[in-house]
Design a protein around this ligand. Sequence first.
Ligand code: ACO
Length: 336
Amino acid sequence: MYNSKIIGLGFYVPDNIVTNDDLTKIMDTSDEWVQERTGIKERRWITEGSDDTTATMGAKAAKIAIERAGIDKDDIDFIILATLSPDYYFPGPGVQIQHILDIKTVGALDVRNQCSGFVYALSVADQYIKTGMYKNILVIGSELHSRGLDKTTRGRGVSVIFGDGAGAVVLSREENPKKGILSTHLHSQGEFAEELTVIAPAMGKRWVTDILKDNDPDDISYTPYMNGQFVFKNAVVRFNEVIMEGLLTNNLKKEDIDMLIPHQANLRISQFVQKKFALTDDQIYNNIMQYGNTTAASIPIALTEAWEQGKIKEGDLVVLAAFGSGFTWASAIIRW
Ligand code: ACO
């Protein structure tokens, strides 16, 4: 058995910044409301003529991760892509990324676990590497939310929260059993599937607003529904549980955490978790203020930024934790 470790990281976000004040021009909201409830100041949304898609953004992030890993693209043995906003209903963007990056015909797997998607994808990759089946796996989270949101006052409870972007890592074989991913922990509770959901798929590359023009404008089955307060209450409980589960599995204590990268759901949720684990501001990384909630992309974007800023060093205990639609929740305990 081997361990797996992250040897390269990258992220990509579209250039177009949408501030809370920009949103007040298209819906009834305010900078004060959004910041107070979520911590978000701005997010990236692609412009209408942009070529960015979930697949192209994922490929851009992946290219950086491969370069930083110092390997050739054809050293990649497998691709795992997590998203809830694929370019097509099928196939998933994993195969598009294989094509865009001109990687040889390795397997490409798509993971559908929303905000927990990246940690689920990382866990799957970890198992393949542990067994020796693959050596280098590209793990990507990418989301293009802005095409699928209801940006009128009707959808404001959801649309202000989400942003576009992608993050990626190269996970590789590690011979030292005390380094790399120590354990991962995955959970679900389908009982609450309808508390945060999109009923109908956003098909193809059309904007949801265009689909709605051709259909019944009151049909909200194409846009996300979220029972915000219920999600909040469950999220804080599950974040705590799944982090503790990871620490206990490895005989670690909360004092051992050097860096917690929580899924960027809402700054208030992150602050709640920070308090619960008595972490200093240097022991948790948040960037929801700049990017909003990018679902499966939020952890790899935050992890990459924290690493770029020198906040993660060799030997550090890094904890990833996520909660989201499903409900699903997950953690990964990593010795960097
Ligand atoms: N601007 C202004 N007013 C708004 C907005 C907005 N963008 N959105 C909703 N409102 C209004 C509502 O219409 C409501 O008005 P009313 O009292 O006249 O009916 C009022 O604000 C309060 O609405 P609530 O939905 O009760 O607001 P709440 O305080 O619960 O905040 C929020 C909503 C931010 C979504 C909160 O519930 C939350 O953070 N939930 C956690 C869910 C989360 O983080 N989801 C992220 C995605 S899932 C994940 O990643 C885990």
